[in-house]
Ligand binder design. Structure first.
Ligand SMILES: Nc1ncnc2c1ncn2[C@@H]1O[C@H](COP(=O)(O)OP(=O)(O)OP(=O)(O)O)[C@@H](O)[C@H]1O
Ligand SMILES: [Mg+2]
Length: 253
């Protein structure tokens, strides 16, 4: 059966997209075959999952997969059940390549590149950059579901409505199969009343699509970027709060 493809996105930077997509891919790989795709030229998901320098992957990344419309040669093994297509800085040239050299539907390049790996996995998890640009549009156009990351801040609140509008545009124009998986409220600081107020505001406004699980700021989760998933003595603590979210996600997609 073809993999379910899930995108994590929001155009606001630093909203736990990479951390959440990395933890989700890791947890799903305990029971399923998972391919994680780094679609951000920052290469943070690549760094998180491999604990390597992103330049180690130069010339063998998602950018090459997109240009050749063939993901298969660029899949890296993280574990038996978790694979990755990495990214590094040069992915920043994807839009100029798309507009100067590509002839075809610019929204569907990723979807076409993934066609020959889709049967190899149960889930494909896509991490996107903090922008509503071509990478995010390609991710949404290739996906069955999208998780909108709501980091509890005013600026992220301002971004959320426009992110969901973008998802609806993609649904209408390119990808009828795209489902709004839900809004994941995250990085809440439980000591701050303004954080709690924003969590409630989003609940009121988007009642039907909020995940019940709310993720808090946790030092162990933050340190995943330093310690990764292998030989991390505090891994259990770091991923503990994500189990409820992953369970809800699987029920929805
Ligand atoms: N639940 C959490 N608790 C504490 N720190 C966190 C949590 N989630 C993420 N972080 C930290 O917050 C920062 C931003 O997280 P992350 O890189 O996952 O966000 P992002 O949305 O992918 O950012 P960007 O928009 O730059 O891609 C990182 O330093 C990360 O380690
Ligand atoms: Mg990121």
């Amino acid at each position: 059966m073809a993999a379910k493809i899930i995108t994590f996105g929001i155009q606001k930077g630093g909203s736990s997209k990479t951390t959440t997509s990395g933890v989700t891919a890791y947890l799903l790989s305990q029971n399923y075959k998972v391919l994680a795709i780094d679609l951000d030229s920052q290469g943070n998901l690549t760094e998180l999952l491999t604990q390597q320098d992103i330049y180690d992957f130069h010339g063998a990344t998602i950018f090459e997969a997109l240009k050749e419309k063939d993901a298969k040669p660029y899949v890296r093994r993280i574990s038996d059940a978790l694979h990755l297509i990495p990214a590094e800085d040069h992915l920043a040239r994807f839009p100029s390549w798309l507009y100067e050299q590509y002839r075809g539907n610019r929204s569907l390049v990723l979807k076409e590149a993934l066609e020959n790996v889709q049967d190899d996995y149960d889930y494909i998890i896509i991490d996107t950059p903090p922008a509503l640009g071509d990478q995010t549009i390609n991710a949404l156009s290739a996906s069955h579901a999208v998780v909108a990351m709501f980091e509890t801040s005013k600026f992220c609140y301002s971004a959320l409505g426009r992110f969901l509008e973008t998802c609806v545009h993609v649904q209408e124009l390119v990808n009828k199969e795209l489902k709004i998986g839900g809004i994941l409220r995250c990085m809440i600081d439980t000591r701050r009343t303004d954080n709690k107020a924003l969590v409630e505001l989003v609940e009121e406004e988007y009642k039907d699509i909020c995940f019940e699980t709310i993720l808090t700021r946790s030092a162990a989760t933050g340190r995943l970027s330093i310690n990764g998933f292998q030989d991390n003595p505090e891994l259990k603590k770091a991923v503990h709060q994500y189990h409820g979210f992953v369970k809800e996600l699987l029920e929805r997609v």
